[in-house]
Every structure is written in C-alpha cells, then in structure tokens.
Design a binder for this molecule. Structure first.
Ligand SMILES: [Zn+2]
Length: 574
C-alpha cells in the first residue's frame, strides 16, 4: 500500500494523484477496557471500504464475535473463518462474509462489528513469552500494536497483498480503571474516557492504564523511566537523528513522536517497535529506555532508536509487500540506523557493529539465497540473520560502491516510486534508474543481488576479512582444552518426568577441536541411550582454554539445579 502523506514539501498535485489510488478506510465506534479484568469490548463500523472481490478481515483470535452486520442493513450476516491467510502470524483469525461472487465472498461498503475479548492479566511475569502481536495486560496497563494483534478489524486485499491496517478514526475509549489513555496518532489524555479522532490514517497502537506522561517540545513520553533532565537530553539527541534523515531523504516526519516505556508479561524478553508516531520500548531494568544514558551500554542502545525512527520511512511512510517486503523494511531501517551510528554516535561502534554483523553471517546453515532468487519468505532461512544482518551489510557495501549521495537517491526512489508489488523487480528498477549507468548497475547486481558469493563480495568491499577461512585452521590447532559434558531435560525441566541432570567432572585433553568432537561422538550416543528424561536430553560439550574459566562455567551451569529437590543430579565418568 502506498501511503503517501501530504508533506510540507510535497507538491500537492503529486500527493493527490497518489492518494487517489489509495482508499483509507474509516473506523468509528467505541471500546470499553478494564485493565484489572483484562477485557476489551468493541463496537466498530468500518467504512469507506475499497471495492475488492477477494479479501479477508483479520481480527484478533481472542475476540468473540457478537455479530457482524451491514450498519445500514437489517440482519446480522453469516461469516466464515479461513485457514488460508498465510501472512497472518497466528494472533489474528481471517474472516469473510459469505456471498455469491466468484470467491464466494460479500463485502459491503461498511461493516459493523461487535465483539468482546478477555485476556490474562499477568502482573508477575509468569508468561513464558511476550511479543509485539500480544495484547498484553501487565496489571498496570494494556499494550497492543495495531497490525499484528489486529484488535480492530483489518481488511486485507489478497490479490494485491495489501493490508488496510492504517485507518482514519473516530473512537471513544472508556477505561474505568485507567488514568491515562493513548491511541496512536492522537494526543494522550489523562482521563478514564477519551474521544480520539484522526483524519490521517494510523495503525492503532494503544497504551492505556496507570502511568504518568511528560511532554517536551511536543513529543510525549508515556510512563518514562528517565528523569526530567534525561528526557530533555534524549529528546535533543533524537532530534538530531530525525534531522539527519529528513535532510537526506527530503521527507519530513509528520507529527511529533510519542515514546512509550513499558514492561513485558514475561521475564528476560525485551524489544522495541515503531508505529510512528509511537515508538514503544518494552523491557525491564537494563532494557528500559534509560539505558540510552548508560556509560557502557548507551552507544550500543542508541542505534535501536535510530532503527525505529528509520521505520517512519520504511514502514509508516511506505509499506512494503511481496516476498522481499520484510527484508526491505527491516534491512533499510537497520541500514539507516548504521548511518546514524557512523555519523552521530561513534565511528568505532559503527566499525564494531559492521564487523560483528559480518561474523554473525556464519550462523546461516547454508549460504543465504541471494535477493534475486528469493521466491517466498521461507527462502530467508534464518529470518533475523537475513533481514537484520545480511541485508543491511549489502546496502552498506552498495553505499561504498555508489557513494552516499547516490545511495540516498536510491532510498528516496524506493520510498516514492509507485508500485503494486515491492518485489525484486522493484528493487532492481529503482536502483537502475537512479544509477543511470548500465555497466555500474550490472556490476552491483552481479556482486550483491545474484551472486552465490555475496558475503565474500560484501567482505571485500567493506575491507573486512571473511573469517570462515581463519575459523577452520583454529579448530585444527592442537591445544590444551578443559571441558565437561552436561545433559539436561530438553523440555519442561523439573517436572516429575523430566528431572535428571547428568554431567562429567572437568576433564583435560590436548588435541584439535575436531579430534575432541570425534572422541565425544560415542559418549553422545551413550548419553542419548541412557537418557532418563521422557521428553529427551540435551548434550552440551563445554570447552575452555583455562581451568579457571572451566571451573567458573561449571559452577554456573550446575547452579540452577544444585540443591533443588525437583532435580536428580548424577555424575558420570567417561
Ligand atoms: Zn525493525
């Protein structure tokens, strides 16, 4: 979906022309929330629905439907669920209204939905996981994104692979046990009731509950963990990042940002996401926003915010679809973050990040599929490595080849060239037009888009050794190694059927790593055969250069089990 907004610099005719191709659905209605009970009750009318034949409407799987009807019709309508919505990540169910067109579907011009959902309130982080697509009640607040949770009905055009997750809205939010309510794109309100309106389409991230808010230069900080001076400094630093992007992309940010700090419903998880103007940081302690000012960790934390600010362009200003859409959104947001790291944070951090990203590519199970050969999302193999490591390194290498100025031109072209599918052809066409030099384009394409040896070419261009070659000889060196084996339950550790821990003492050998692995093979087999945990046993070989390091690790590994009556610990000898 091309969501060109009217910007300060945009030529009005250009904007009107592009917006005319695009329909912005409207969402009007009411939502009642209780953060103490974990409930959401919604009554919405989705209107200005584009005339499409083959569609789904996504709605969160935890919502129970009272009825779906045409607001101007008399009766409730029959709906079906589909299991064919391959783009859904599981949080949402795909619905459609039964009809008589070629797709057996009916899509009225407006649809009214009445539904209710009840979610667990998890104040003690007992959940095993938390993630962006979770409607999370942490005892103090509700946090939900728009697109992934689909807490409101989201229309999806199957043929164009286009989701209408951004809507104009007129929504009344009632939350008797909240102090503050915020809906993406509106000013937060300190009240139990709020009426939010936006003519600009927004993805409906929501954050409501008991928290304080602070406004600085028009930017809001909800539930901040930083003190007032830190917030001021944070705002000033972020302003420099935004100005840098605006200057180079010549597209201004529309509206001030809203920074949300909140905690997850699971231990040890943290992440950031952006749905501009909201930038949401979810994490406890060290993973909170105040880490921005940590002397040791700050410079590694700041680029995360640059990445999220990059999503204003690659995500909000323009959505990307097709098999390469995810790579384009994340890869370029990460590339933009790298440019901020280099220019405005620290050149030495930049170099370290580039180098460590390059090293991480060795974690691919097989050489990554080059952009030109990606036929589906599955071809990414390891999605995180592909979109956050492989892709931004390629863009960094291309920047070295074509120069910063032309690189910015390419980014602008990617953001502004109309296209139904932002696929590989789109990527090629935008670059070739910007370069306007067939030989140069062919060189870039063959080195970075089609070659089997993309990683090698990236390493050469960035002037960093590809360490696959050096890693192998290290494994072949004869060295003294201290090691121990430990075998734990694969699943449900500490339950009656999965409670056995086997381990060796610390052992010593002088040989190559390859020889040690070979020597351990029969031991691994023996450990597997004698596994006493019903769901299986791990086999961990831990190796260290010094006895001290081995002892320290040995204590660390056994600590969670020692003295715990839920486990039986046995020592084995080889
Ligand atoms: Zn991202």
């Amino acid at each position: 979906m091309i969501k060109f907004r009217v910007t300060f610099f945009a030529v009005i005719l250009f904007s009107l022309h592009l917006q005319a191709q695009d329909t912005i659905p409207g969402l009007k209605g009411k939502v009642n929330i209780s953060i103490a009970k974990g409930t959401m009750e919604c009554n919405f009318i989705l209107s200005n629905i584009p005339r499409i034949n083959d569609y789904y409407i996504r709605l969160n799987s935890g919502m129970n439907i009272r009825y779906i009807k045409n607001p101007y019709g008399l009766n409730s309508l029959h709906y079906e669920k589909s299991l064919e919505d391959t783009l859904s990540t599981g949080e949402a169910t795909a619905y459609y209204l039964k009809g008589y067109n070629a797709f057996r579907k009916f899509l009225p011009k407006a649809i009214q939905f009445s539904y209710v959902g009840m979610y667990p309130v998890i104040a003690d982080t007992v959940s095993a996981d938390d993630w962006k697509g979770n409607i999370a009640f942490n005892g103090n607040t509700i946090r939900t994104d728009g697109s992934q949770t689909a807490w409101y009905p989201i229309l999806y055009d199957i043929k164009k692979d286009l989701k209408y997750d951004k809507v104009a809205y007129d929504i009344e939010v009632n939350c008797e046990d909240c102090k503050t309510i915020y809906l993406n794109g509106s000013v937060p309100v300190e009240s139990k009731h709020a009426n939010f309106k936006s003519d600009l389409p927004q993805e409906l991230t929501m954050f409501a509950g008991n928290y304080k808010m602070i406004a600085i230069n028009g930017n809001y900080f909800l539930n901040p963990d930083m003190d007032d001076d830190q917030i001021k400094e944070f705002e000033a630093i972020i302003h420099t990042y935004k100005s840098y992007f605006e200057k180079n992309l010549i597209i201004p940010y529309k509206g001030n940002a809203v920074y949300i700090q909140t905690t997850p419903v699971a231990k040890n998880v943290s992440w950031l996401y952006a749905s501009y103007p909201s930038i949401v940081n979810i994490g406890f302690g060290d993973a909170g926003m105040k880490t921005f000012f940590d002397k040791k960790k700050g410079d590694r934390f700041k680029p995360y915010f640059a990445h999220e600010l990059g999503h204003y362009y690659f995500g909000t200003y323009r959505d990307f679809n097709s098999e390469l859409g995810d790579m384009i959104s994340e890869g370029f947001a990460e590339y933009l973050s790298l440019t901020i790291t280099q220019k405005l944070i620290s050149d030495s951090v930049y170099k370290k990040v580039i180098e460590s990203k390059l090293q991480s590519l060795h974690n691919f199970n097989s050489p990554p599929v080059p952009f030109a050969a990606v036929k589906s999302h599955n071809d990414y193999d390891n999605r995180d490595l592909y979109v956050y490591y492989y892709a931004p390194l390629i863009f960094t290498a291309i920047e070295k080849e074509i120069g910063e100025e032309t690189m910015w031109k390419w980014l602008r072209s990617i953001l502004q060239t109309p296209a139904t599918f932002t696929n590989y052809n789109f990527l090629e066409q935008t670059l070739s037009r910007v370069l306007n030099d067939t030989a140069k384009f062919n060189l870039i394409r063959s080195k970075y888009f089609t070659a089997d040896s993309v990683i090698k070419n990236v390493s050469a261009t960035l002037g960093i050794n590809n360490t696959i070659q050096t890693a192998v000889p290290a494994a072949q060196q004869v060295v003294k190694t201290y090691y121990f084996l430990i075998s734990r339950p694969l699943l449900d550790a500490g339950s009656p059927d999965n409670r056995t821990i086997l381990h060796t003492e610390i052992l010593e050998t002088t040989c190559t790593q390859a020889e040690l692995f070979k020597k351990m093979q029969p031991v691994f087999i023996k450990m597997k055969e004698s596994c006493q945990n019903e769901e299986g046993c791990t086999r961990d070989l831990n190796m260290y250069e010094t006895l001290d390091k081995a002892k320290e690790a040995y204590q660390r590994w056994l600590k969670p089990f020692a003295g715990n009556p839920n486990f039986v610990i046995k020592t084995i000898s080889l």
